[in-house]
Write a protein that binds this ligand. Structure first.
Ligand SMILES: *[C@@H]1O[C@H](CO)[C@@H](O)[C@H](O)[C@H]1NC(C)=O
Ligand SMILES: *[C@@H]1O[C@H](CO)[C@@H](O)[C@H](O)[C@H]1NC(C)=O
Length: 175
């Protein structure tokens, strides 16, 4: 009976290792590629990045915390951050002057990255609350309070670039 249990246990460990490795392979071969593509579209869709500062502080300590987390936690963090960015870009964009084609490509590639990450590991029991709170604040203090103006969207573009660059570094540390 004991042996049976240990074999089952070993089997389960091997399975979970394998799925993590499959994920690892995918991140190694594809994450950076898509990441370079959407960052380039983000740069090309408008002019220079604004010099103005966002009224919401970048969550540096949260990233530092995730740097030390396990592989699966990192994957979920990548997934959740990209999801939050996609949600942010779902707001009223009547005032933006960005190139429509670049903007569409940017969002499509980001969506692809999200779908791949989402199928990579099983969903978390509890999502990262600090991350959600940060994005809610960004939405409220920048987009809503600045009336979805072109200026507000430039700030969002700046902060998005910063996040996507940081996620790229995070993914690079995962293999
Ligand atoms: C990815 O994020 C979405 C949106 O929050 C969530 O529904 C999904 O369960 C997440 N997937 C993983 C693997 O964490
Ligand atoms: C946003 O719009 C509201 C109502 O139209 C106005 O009172 C407010 O001053 C505007 N805020 C900014 C930052 O333009």
């Amino acid at each position: 009976m004991y042996t049976m249990q240990s074999w089952t246990c070993l089997f389960l460990i091997l399975c979970s290792m394998q799925s993590a490795c499959h994920c690892c392979d995918w991140i190694r071969h594809h994450f950076g590629h898509l990441s370079a593509e959407y960052l380039s579209q983000l740069d090309q869709m408008g002019g220079d990045i604004t010099k103005q500062n966002s009224p919401v502080l970048f969550p540096t300590s949260l990233y530092r915390h995730i740097d030390d987390a396990e592989f699966e936690v990192k994957v979920r963090f990548l997934n959740e951050t990209i999801y939050q960015i996609i949600q942010l870009f779902d707001g009223n964009m009547k005032s933006v002057t960005w190139d429509k084609k670049n903007l569409d490509d940017f969002l499509n590639i980001l969506e692809r990255q999200f779908e791949n990450l989402n199928s990579c590991v099983s969903p978390a029991m509890k999502p990262e609350r600090r991350l959600k709170r940060y994005f809610r604040k960004l939405n409220r203090k920048v987009l809503r309070q600045m009336n979805y103006s072109a200026e507000a969207w430039e700030l969002i573009r700046k902060e998005t670039k910063r996040h996507l660059q940081r996620l790229d570094i995070l993914a690079g540390q995962m293999y």
